[in-house]
Each structure stands twice: as C-alpha cells, then as structure tokens.
Design a protein around this ligand. Structure first.
Ligand code: SF4
Length: 391
C-alpha cells in the first residue's frame, strides 16, 4: 500500500503542535539505560535531595528512584511518600466510579477485547439508559466523582453525544471526567460548558515504533494526534488532566520516565490545570495478549513512591484493576484516589449483565467495603472534593 508522507504544514494542520515536537529530544534507549545504570551513590544523592525538599526532583532523579539500585531503599521512599502525600492531600482518599456508556470502537488496539475486529455485540447507551445508570450508581453509594468511559467511535460517541451525556449526568454528580477518544481543543472547550471537569487519556506507550505496532488502525494509530491531545486539553482550560501509560506494552521504566517528562512539560505550559496519573498494568491473561514486561506489586509500589517524591501535587490513582490488599496497603503511602464498585461494561450498574468487560476487575468489593478498609487504616474516604461553584 502506498502511504503519503505528510509535509510539515499538513502535519501541523492535522495533528496540531505540542509535545509531539518535543519528545524527539529524548532517546528511548538512553532513557532505559539511565534507569539501568543508576548506582547506589545516585540513589543516595536523590533520596537526600527528596528529603531536603529544597527543589523539585527532575525526571532524571525520578529515573534513579525506579531503578533496581533503589529497590533496597523502598521503605525509606515509602515513608517520604506518605509524608509528602499527607502534607499535600491530608489523610484522605478520593473515591470515584466509572460509567461505561459505549463499547463500540473504530480502533484495533491489539491488546483490547473492545477492538474493532472482535465480533462482539456493541452497545452505546441511550440518554435514558445513561440516566438509569446515574440513578443506579447513586443508589450504590454517594459518589460525586464520575468517570464517563467510551470506546473510540466518534460518529456514535462524539462531541454531540458526550455533551448530552454530560448534561444528563450533571444533576447527579458534581465532578464529571471523560475517558474517550482525543478531541479537538474546541470540542473540549464546548464540553467544559456542559459540565466537564476532567479528561483522562492514556498514551499507552511513549515508544513511537511500538505504539504503531500495537495500534495499527483507526484514529488511535496516529501517535502525534494522541500525544498532542494533552496540549489540546490544556489549551481548552480543562481543569484536571489525567495521564498514564499502559505498563507492559514496552519496557515500563522507559514509559514512566517519558511520562514524568511529559507531565513536567504540561505543568509548565498549562499551569492552571491540575494533573493526575495512573499506572495500569497489563496482565498476561488479558485477551490472550502477552505483555512485553510484567511489573510486580513491589515494583508498582516503588514506582508509586518514586512518583510521589518526584511530584507532590499530582493525584495518583489506583483503579479496581489492582488487588484489594495492594490498594489497602497503598492507601496511606502515596495514592490519593481510587475507584470502587466498578462495572466496566455499558449498563453494568442497571443490569449487572455478564458482558465482556474492557479489563478484569480485581478488587470487586462494594463501595461500602472499600470505604471501611480506608477507615481501618486511619484515612478518610471522600466522595465529594469538588463543586461546580469552583468553576
Ligand atoms: S483500548 Fe480503547 S481505543 Fe483501543 S480498542 Fe480498546 S476501547 Fe478501543
């Protein structure tokens, strides 16, 4: 097949400008090497710097903290992470719940059961069904933070549909976030007028070549469009921007250092927005896909502590994809928000149907049980931490 090479003005017109112009400064192999070659002396230096707290850690410092050389210092890192998190967020865990409104998708992500080639039944909730889901969630627990999730199918779940969905959900929840296909800046802005507070998007991997392999078709195959999506959110004045990589597609250490660099860039440029990060890990069993690297519980904990030392302000979120015991243990050590009671299929709260889920929920406790577990470790579960009046 012939592919047309885009000229620079064409590229700018289609993908816009943003971090895609910057990321080329960083070499992937050098980034991974930087983590692999960190020494005990480097770890000493960075932990001292973190403890002194006179200047923020750099992404290169963060690379040292996720290295194997830093693994024996995990307890010290945990204590510092706990301290900085409590200082900034108090002893609280903010609770949210996802609502899947559609599982139709035009993309072909090779690791996802919702991908376009899977001959499954597709659903996009009507506005009446969305409202039923809102009521069902409110019966479950007093959630105020709702994450609206849809597969990427712009003609069915585009900005017109999402605007209506937000308007339906608004009376039921104070804080609305979407996790859908990346959009134009003008579309994000339009949605903020319909009650949108936050947008979550996963770059999946920052390794450009692997990204192309894992996302062979659909709009998601355009690495630059997705990467610049975070700039478009910032330009549109989205209050909270959520980011992350799907750990396991590539060498996870390379991906999280790239993520740290991306976060610093966004913080400088879009200083009015707040940021959250999430570290979803791939598991070997998911849709038969075999991850390239597996991240253990201990490594995920080290990564979380390292990220908190790197950035005191970012919200760090753990979803129900993680096991209950790990979530309970991490509740006091750096994590600041968690989902609870999640169903990951459209209409799941109303019908409890056994349909294909986008990912396996590992912590299947009820919101009340998650709440109790958070209280047991001396923290306060928070359902509402945002009000429209702040807009
Ligand atoms: S990961 Fe998202 S974009 Fe990719 S196939 Fe699944 S639902 Fe679609």
């Amino acid at each position: 097949m012939m592919t047309r090479k885009l000229s620079d003005p064409d590229r700018d017109h289609i993908f816009g400008r943003g971090y895609a112009d910057i990321i080329g400064q960083y070499d992937w192999d050098e980034t991974v090497r930087m983590v692999e070659q960190a020494t005990e002396a480097d770890v000493d230096r960075v932990i001292r710097k973190a403890r002194l707290n006179a200047s923020p850690l750099t992404p290169e410092d963060f690379a040292v903290l996720i290295s194997e050389a830093a693994a024996p210092r995990i307890d010290e890192m945990a204590a510092l992470s706990r301290h900085f998190t409590a200082e900034r967020f108090g002893k609280t865990i903010s609770l949210y719940i996802p609502m899947y409104v559609g599982n139709a998708c035009t993309n072909k992500c090779v690791y996802c059961g919702f991908n376009h080639d899977n001959p499954m039944e597709r659903t996009v909730l009507s506005l009446e069904q969305v409202e039923e889901e809102c009521r069902a969630i409110r019966r479950l627990a007093p959630f105020e933070n709702l994450l609206i999730v849809a597969g990427e199918y712009p003609s069915l779940c585009g900005v017109d549909y999402l605007e209506k969905v937000l308007k339906v959900c608004r009376p039921y929840f104070h804080n609305l976030t979407i996790e859908v296909q990346p959009m134009r800046s003008a579309d994000y802005e339009r949605l903020t007028h319909a009650g949108l507070n936050g947008v979550v998007c996963f770059q999946e991997t920052y390794h450009r070549e692997s990204y192309g392999k894992y996302h062979p078709r659909g709009m998601k195959s355009f690495f630059d469009w997705r990467l610049n999506g975070f700039d478009r959110m910032g330009e549109a004045g989205v209050h909270k921007i959520g980011m992350g990589a799907l750990l396991g597609l590539e060498d996870w250490r390379g991906d999280v250092v790239m993520l740290a660099r991306h976060l610093r860039y966004l913080q400088k440029k879009y200083w009015k927005s707040r940021f959250s990060v999430n570290f979803p890990r791939m598991r070997p069993s998911e849709s038969g896909f075999k991850p390239k690297s597996i991240i253990s519980d201990r490594q995920l904990a080290q990564l979380t502590f390292a990220f908190r030392l790197f950035d005191h302000d970012a919200d760090i979120s753990y979803s129900t994809r993680e096991p209950a015991l790990l979530r309970d243990n991490m509740a006091t050590l750096g994590v600041t928000s968690m989902s609870a009671g999640s169903r990951t299929e459209p209409g799941g709260y109303t019908h409890q149907a056994e349909e294909l889920e986008q990912f396996e929920v590992c912590d299947s406790r009820t919101p009340a049980q998650v709440e109790q577990a958070i209280r047991r470790v001396g923290y306060q579960p928070v359902y509402k931490d945002w009000d429209a009046i702040f807009d």
